[in-house]
Design a protein around this ligand. Structure first.
Ligand SMILES: *[C@@H]1O[C@H](CO)[C@@H](O)[C@H](O)[C@H]1NC(C)=O
Ligand SMILES: *[C@@H]1O[C@H](CO)[C@@H](O)[C@H](O)[C@H]1NC(C)=O
Ligand SMILES: *[C@@H]1O[C@H](CO)[C@@H](O)[C@H](O)[C@H]1NC(C)=O
Length: 249
């Protein structure tokens, strides 16, 4: 009894010394999408819809369908773009978007992370991005690969006011980890910290994103901003260990 009281007395200054802010954040973090989300087709469809929130095409040469967004290995979502040569959309490909929307609340934040094998050939345009559910912008490209061999991190205040960074993306046939931490700055603007393989690459700021609901979109668009002609075979984009965590109060 005596020794355990001594132990408690010895430990209590350490416990009391933990910073208030740190314990506060740890307590309120909650998982919005768990890493098990790609374990099966039923877990995929619990958290995601097929195609884009507005339909099956966007700003490139692909027409999206559920047949091209599959769980072929448990734990991994594979998006498959196949050249068809059709005159309107030359590729069949895959896209999913989150069933829920995500909002950075005042004094809060959101963390998005996943591992990717992303194609970087000319005409291939895989992306992992946030898009305003009520308006555009907001847009945050947590990662996109525009057919140059680089990875890009971008934040749009308006269609013309864009902070964009392209950085070298080595060994694209191996998995790389991308993470973005979104944080409210002042009840209106947010900061976004972009990480690649655990290293902080850049911090960008966005105007008026606090309180705006966002969809998470994972798409394998083709041509468009990634140049042309794209490949005439099959292109795969693989995603695993996706997790979305809320740091909102
Ligand atoms: C990609 O899709 C094409 C056409 O639907 C199919 O033939 C091919 O087997 C798919 N590849 C993979 C690896 O899923
Ligand atoms: C937040 O900061 C921006 C400048 O970065 C400023 O324009 C805006 O008015 C601020 N908003 C609030 C609610 O303080
Ligand atoms: C977007 O708005 C934020 C917040 O006002 C600002 O810090 C940032 O510089 C703006 N981005 C661009 C590209 O001007």
């Amino acid at each position: 009894m005596q020794s355990s009281l001594l132990l408690l007395a010895a430990l209590s200054p350490l416990v009391l010394a933990l910073p208030e802010a740190k314990t506060g954040i740890a307590k309120r973090a909650s998982t919005l999408i768990p890493t098990s989300c790609f374990d099966s087709t039923s877990s995929l469809t619990e958290y995601f819809e097929y195609n884009y929130p507005w339909g099956d095409t966007h700003n490139g040469a692909a027409i999206m369908s559920s047949a091209n967004a599959v769980i072929s290995t448990a734990g991994t979502l594979t998006l498959n773009a196949t050249y068809t040569g059709a005159s309107d959309y030359a590729y069949d490909s895959g896209t999913v978007y989150s069933k829920q929307t995500f909002t950075v609340e005042a004094s809060g934040g959101l963390d998005f992370s996943a591992d990717f094998i992303a194609p970087v050939a000319t005409g291939t345009w895989p992306a992992f991005w946030l898009d305003g559910a009520n308006s555009w912008p907001p847009e945050i490209d947590i990662a996109e690969w525009k057919g140059t061999g680089d990875i890009s991190f971008n934040t749009f205040n308006t269609s013309s006011e864009v902070e964009a960074l392209n950085v070298d993306y080595p060994s694209p046939t191996e998995f790389h980890t991308v993470k973005a931490e979104l944080r409210d700055e002042n009840g209106s603007d947010i900061s976004v910290k972009f990480y690649l393989d655990g290293d902080l690459i850049t911090t960008q700021y966005a105007s008026g994103f606090t309180g705006q609901p966002l969809y998470l979109i994972i798409d394998l668009q083709m041509e468009g901003s990634s140049g042309s002609p794209g490949p005439t075979g099959t292109t795969l984009y693989e995603i695993k260990n996706l997790e979305v965590v809320s740091q909102n109060p």
